[in-house]
Design a protein. Structure first.
Length: 387
């Protein structure tokens, strides 16, 4: 990719960060005609947008993307906590958070390590096959965490991948069709599971259909974001091979590396908000219905102060173990992802499994993934792959 033409194309560029920096230098917020959207590049503007009560996760009058309207996938989508607002959002979020809270990060990391070790042992040699198996570990780990029986976990992971595929505006008719069958199967599995293995909603929580949708949502939210965190961590280790040795010696902790990757090269590069009413953002007047593309990855690299966070003199430096700092990769405000610690724990567990495998496996896989410079087609997720 010789030239990045717009912020959406930047998501899958080999190195989008100089482009983001150039945007920040020119505009904290600007209108991009190619996307027919406002684009927020600066940390202060991204933070203000994420907290703004007049900016919502869906366009006014369109709770479901047109391609999903009237479909089983659309019915699930409309009930997802991350796609809702107001009292319904608050109640469902509390229920989801109460379900995730008992999943201790250490226990989740151990499960992920075990799933990754099994995947490495059972996968035929080959980078693509290994990476595909490692990218499925987050789904297997979350499925185990919410009680899916062991014999059903691989099937649930496959069905979730098919559902997630339809959420991308890049998906074609075959993916949309497969997704409807997948959602129907997932709904039936969780509907039946609520009488035995699946976690019931907390007292006073959402009604049954909303709860089933959000159990599916726990899996779908885990899918691409955590796969991207795993892949971007491998790319970081390929770029800085001395770091692998420091990890093996215990000089640097896996969690420190994963947390720094989430800031330095986040798997979710951008998100969108829509003006529910006429409003002002960073001195610009927005009309009702207009879209704001929030460049989370750009905001993470912004050296300027934001709120109570002081100037960061070296945001482009990859520095595991740096003091806690702002990171927008998991969002902010009432739509902040409640599973951020679990995502980091799962990615860390995968890295631990690779460290425990034969010495050359992690080093070689990381170096080759870095050299590929390829990423899955996406408008917001940065997931390394082999072409």
């Amino acid at each position: 990719m010789d030239e990045i033409r717009d912020p959406v194309q930047a998501v899958t560029a080999p190195d989008p960060y100089p482009y983001y920096a150039a945007l920040r230098e020119r505009h904290g917020l600007y209108h991009e005609p190619r996307l027919d959207a406002w684009v927020a590049t600066a940390a202060a503007v991204v933070d203000a947008a994420l907290q703004h009560p007049g900016l919502r996760v869906r366009p006014p009058g369109q709770p479901v993307p047109p391609a999903l309207q009237g479909t089983p996938a659309g019915a699930v989508y409309a009930r997802l906590v991350r796609m809702s607002e107001g009292p319904a959002h608050a109640g469902t979020r509390r229920a989801v958070t109460q379900t995730l809270d008992p999943m201790a990060s250490g226990q989740v990391a151990g499960r992920a390590r075990d799933h990754a070790a099994q995947a490495l042992a059972m996968t035929a040699p080959g980078d693509r096959e290994r990476l595909r198996a490692l990218y499925r570990v987050p789904l297997l780990t979350m499925a185990e965490g919410i009680g899916v029986p062991i014999g059903q976990r691989e099937r649930v992971a496959l069905l979730t991948e098919r559902f997630v595929a339809c959420l991308s505006p890049l998906s074609g008719a075959p993916a949309l069709s497969e997704a409807q069958d997948a959602v129907h199967a997932l709904h039936g599995l969780f509907d039946e599971g609520l009488s035995s293995w699946a976690p019931a909603p907390p007292s006073g929580g959402p009604e049954r259909e909303t709860w089933i949708a959000n159990l599916i949502g726990l899996l779908s939210q885990t899918c691409d974001a955590t796969a991207g965190l795993i892949g971007n961590t491998l790319v970081a280790l390929g770029r800085e091979p001395a770091l692998v040795s420091r990890l093996r010696q215990g000089i640097v902790q896996v969690a420190e590396v994963v947390d720094e990757v989430a800031r330095h090269d986040p798997p979710i590069q951008n998100t969108r908000r829509y003006a529910a009413e006429p409003l002002t953002l960073a001195g610009h007047a927005l009309e009702a219905g207009q879209c704001v593309l929030l460049l989370l990855a750009s905001a993470n690299r912004d050296p300027a102060p934001c709120g109570t966070v002081a100037i960061d003199p070296a945001p482009d430096v990859f520095a595991p173990g740096r003091p806690p700092c702002r990171s927008f990769g998991y969002g902010a405000g009432h739509h902040r992802c409640p599973g951020d610690r679990l995502a980091s724990a799962i990615a860390g567990g995968v890295v631990q499994a690779l460290l425990a495998a034969q010495a050359s496996l992690l080093d070689g896989l990381a170096q080759r993934l870095l050299a590929s410079g390829a990423y899955r087609a996406s408008v917001n997720a940065r997931i390394p792959c082999f072409p």
